[in-house]
Design a protein around this ligand. Structure first.
Ligand code: CA2
Length: 176
């Protein structure tokens, strides 16, 4: 009797078996650390990215980061992640959180599980920030924990991938 991997696990085996996580940052987050520390803290985007890549390496995972100020570029990067069979996305859609049906559609089409993250607590701010086009599709939302939220989201993502992989490998079927 032989066993066969199914679904995403099968696609994955054709690529790297190393967990692959994409961290996406929306518009203006390249300004982190320079302005509005009362909302967004003092860490720069480079600080956050380097920390996540290092934590990923220590856990044997590939962590890629991408920031862009244009909606289309972020959408293209989500499409690329789907072609790469990325396992998980951590996304701070920034201002697009509250406006972008197109980014929502791209994430839905990718079928890649994701955590939505915000440095600030969007529910403690202006009412226009209280609605997100992403939250109902997300596995979970982290909001208001500053840069530490990214660490927690990464820890969650790594565990999520590990659980799914060990679960998936139990899903075997007879080959005829
Ligand atoms: O709290 C968050 O992470 C947000 O996603 C940040 C967005 C905001 O529109 C969301 O409502 C909540 C804004 C990102 C702007 O980033 C800046 C960073 C430094 C200086 C100025 C803007």
């Amino acid at each position: 009797m032989t066993t066969k991997r199914t679904g995403r696990a099968a696609a994955k085996s054709a690529h790297s078996l190393r967990p692959h996580i994409l961290v996406l940052h929306g518009p203006n987050l390249n300004l982190l650390g320079s302005r509005e520390p009362q909302h967004y803290g003092v860490a720069t985007l480079d600080d956050i990215n380097q920390d996540l890549v290092g934590r990923g390496e220590a856990a044997g995972a590939l962590v890629e980061t991408f920031q862009h100020n244009h909606e289309g570029a972020l959408i293209e990067r989500i499409h690329q992640a789907a072609r790469d069979h990325a396992d998980f996305i951590i996304i701070n859609p920034a201002g697009y959180t509250h406006t972008s049906v197109a980014m929502r559609d791209a994430l839905a089409a990718s079928a890649i599980p994701f955590v939505e993250i915000h440095l600030s607590n969007i529910y403690a701010r202006e009412s226009f920030r209280h609605h997100s086009y992403f939250s109902d599709l997300a596995v979970g939302v982290v909001s208001g924990l500053g840069a530490q939220g990214y660490e927690l989201a990464l820890e969650y993502a790594l565990r999520h991938i590990q659980n799914r992989t060990s679960h998936g490998s139990q899903k075997t079927e007879k080959a005829h």
